[in-house]
Design a protein around this ligand. Structure first.
Ligand code: FES
Length: 208
């Protein structure tokens, strides 16, 4: 929530609680994806970039596909107009979410080669690139965790340099993650996204 809303919540708790309760009740009959897509469109309509990035992340996390987001944007053309759709598309390009790249729009999940498993270090975080996506790994014996480098807050591609020991800190708003567990340990509340993985003929594969 923004600092402004936090302030209003403290300064006018009754009015603001009623407002939030209204928002919650107004979505009761919508399925989650429809609710999320409408939220994304409202952020485009008022052109709040942080809100757009955040609600887009939520929509994707809850199962909306990039094609559905693009359809929702285009369907809203009569109210948004081309300039706002271009504004949102420029932010999408800046976010560079792998699933939104034109070649990936219709891609089905599949196994991707990451690296020889011998190159995944023991009890040390490591960073890999695989088919246009960045990944972090943590390995303890035969147990391996494979994490998306994309921050669960607003999909920022967290760089390798953000690792300090076992703590990964997103440079954008400083959400911090424990790379051993993937859990968020500061600022935010959502864990890193982890991918299914397996080792085949000595190579680590991840599924997305
Ligand atoms: S994008 Fe906000 S903390 Fe990562």
């Amino acid at each position: 929530m923004s600092d402004a809303l936090n302030y209003l919540l403290k300064a006018r708790p009754e009015a603001m609680s009623a407002y939030f309760s209204f928002l919650k009740k107004s979505e009761t009959h919508l399925d989650i994806r429809t609710r999320d897509l409408i939220s994304v469109i409202t952020k485009v309509a008022v052109q709040t970039e942080g809100g757009f990035r955040q609600y887009l992340t939520r929509a994707l996390r809850n199962g909306a596909s990039p094609n559905e987001v693009l359809d929702a944007l285009l369907m809203a053309f009569p109210v948004l107009g081309l300039a706002k759709i271009v504004w949102a598309t420029e932010i999408l390009l800046d976010m560079d979410i792998p699933e939104f790249r034109p070649d990936n729009l219709d891609a089905k999940p599949e196994w991707h080669d990451v690296a020889p498993v011998t190159e995944v270090p023991q009890r040390e975080a490591a960073y890999f690139e695989s088919d246009g996506r960045h990944l972090f790994t943590w390995r303890d014996g035969d147990e391996i965790a494979v994490y998306d480098s994309r921050c669960p807050h607003q999909v920022t591609d967290i760089p390798h340099l953000s690792l300090e020991g076992t703590t990964l800190t997103c440079p954008k708003h400083q959400w911090a993650f424990d790379i051993e567990s993937g859990q968020c340990i500061a600022k935010g509340k959502r864990p890193l996204k982890s991918f299914d993985h397996k080792v085949v003929e000595g190579r680590l594969l991840a599924y997305w």
